[in-house]
Design a protein around this ligand. Sequence first.
Ligand SMILES: NC(=O)c1ccc[n+]([C@@H]2O[C@H](COP(=O)([O-])OP(=O)(O)OC[C@H]3O[C@@H](n4cnc5c(N)ncnc54)[C@H](O)[C@@H]3O)[C@@H](O)[C@H]2O)c1
Length: 260
Amino acid sequence: MLTEHEIYTVFHLAAQTLVGPAAASPAATFETNVRGTWIVLEGCRETGVERVVVASSDKAYGAHEELPYREDFPLRPTAPYEASKAAADLLARSYWPSYGLPVAVTRFANIYGGGDTNFSRLIPEAVSAALDGRAPVLRSDGSPQRDFLYVEDAAAAYLAIADGLDREDVRGEAFNAGGGRPHPVGEVVAMIARLAGTDVEPAILGAGNPAGEIDRQYVDPAKIRDVLGWEPNVDLEEGLRRTIEWYREHPEARAPTAVA
Ligand SMILES: NC(=O)c1ccc[n+]([C@@H]2O[C@H](COP(=O)([O-])OP(=O)(O)OC[C@H]3O[C@@H](n4cnc5c(N)ncnc54)[C@H](O)[C@@H]3O)[C@@H](O)[C@H]2O)c1
């Protein structure tokens, strides 16, 4: 084990994070999300990093009839982004039993908050649109349901998991975190419009669910609550209020035009 480094905790979040580009460019997505993960894991193993938290995703579960997702559900990815996250999840967790690397993975719901410039995502696009007085773009008909987690709650969950890695019952484990219940995306866009004070109707591009995406998803957060004491502090309305405020103060970070 090398001793001359001063890195004790690694949070591995770097990834190609978008579902559409993953479907268009699977090889590049696997290169970043899967190979990128084992490169980080190998670096951590070789240098004796003491805690590693790797971002998997609720998308790694794939579609299940039974909801909410629990950590003991099988990973059943069917699309490239889902498969890349499931692969990273399995690789990462194998480093605890195989090499004694204290590692855990996160399977978090849709994270939102200020500072997100991925405008193919619902909330940055809808907030930008609401503040700029244009119609937000909905890639579905508004009916798909998603679980939303405010970014500060997500950060607190990452820290709770990293702290917990000193314990045997956290090492090699996966942890869900989410807001606790699903919301139809149309309801989220309507809430954004109300909180931002606009009455522009969304541009509905899809019928039902976008191709290749799962219709209804939410996670059971009982394990992270029971094992680590983490619970979300910010509900959707308050999180959206804070998110709108951030984009109001940062007009340069808003979506330049509608994103198809
Ligand atoms: N945002 C969500 O809702 C959500 C939910 C569950 C899991 N995740 C996971 O959480 C992590 C962070 O997501 P995010 O929303 O902050 O995404 P993001 O796209 O904002 O950030 C990803 C970062 O990875 C970097 N990156 C991409 N390819 C890279 C490469 N080849 N080498 C080095 N860096 C590279 C990007 O520059 C970017 O800074 C990802 O692993 C994602 O899969 C995100």
